[in-house]
Design a protein. Sequence first.
Length: 228
Amino acid sequence: MSVMFPTIFALGIRGLGDYTKLGSSLIVMSIVGGAIAPPFMGHIADVHSIAHRHGGAADLLRVHSHLRSHVAEARGERRRQQCGLKFLRPGQPRTRLDIMLKTGILNPQINDLLSRVRHTNTLVIADRGFPFWPQIETVDISLVDGLPTVLQVLRAIRPNFNLGRAWMAKEFLKYNDAKTRAAFAEALRGITVAHEPHVGFKKRVPLAIGLIRTATTVQYANMILESA
């Protein structure tokens, strides 16, 4: 019991929120049961000629079952936190607002992708004509021409993405007018942007964590973003 109690206590109060103090006190008080219950169990086993080894096996099965349920619950909570979902305490009724995001990015695939970007990892935001790369995860959110755009996606993810630098094709500067170039420069303000030949740009793509495909029709609007 002394070996199992730290795990039981930690998992027991996990996710209780405002009820953490109450839950921890109840778990601590329940230790008294360990001093009272065994004599009764032993007496019942003696009276009914129940082999102690069977009782021990049953205890092990119960402990295994409890641990599996706690691990599954912890994994589910971690998944909900990664996706920005509100954690519900056991018995708390679900409401419409509890099961949907109210602010920020709503797309679960993009949320999952962003949660896996670490220091110096890269993410690609591509236009509608960018080649498909089977070796990296692709989230295609294109609907119709121009919806959504690379800039809309960039503006949406910047609050949740600590950007260090970015890469774009040098051809973007050549084939787009001043207004378009200014819009991209404004969206990338504060970020070091390197322009390189499109052939060299594409060599960086397979090293990215993933790619978000948009419906942008602007030529060479693709960008690779690096996490700071």
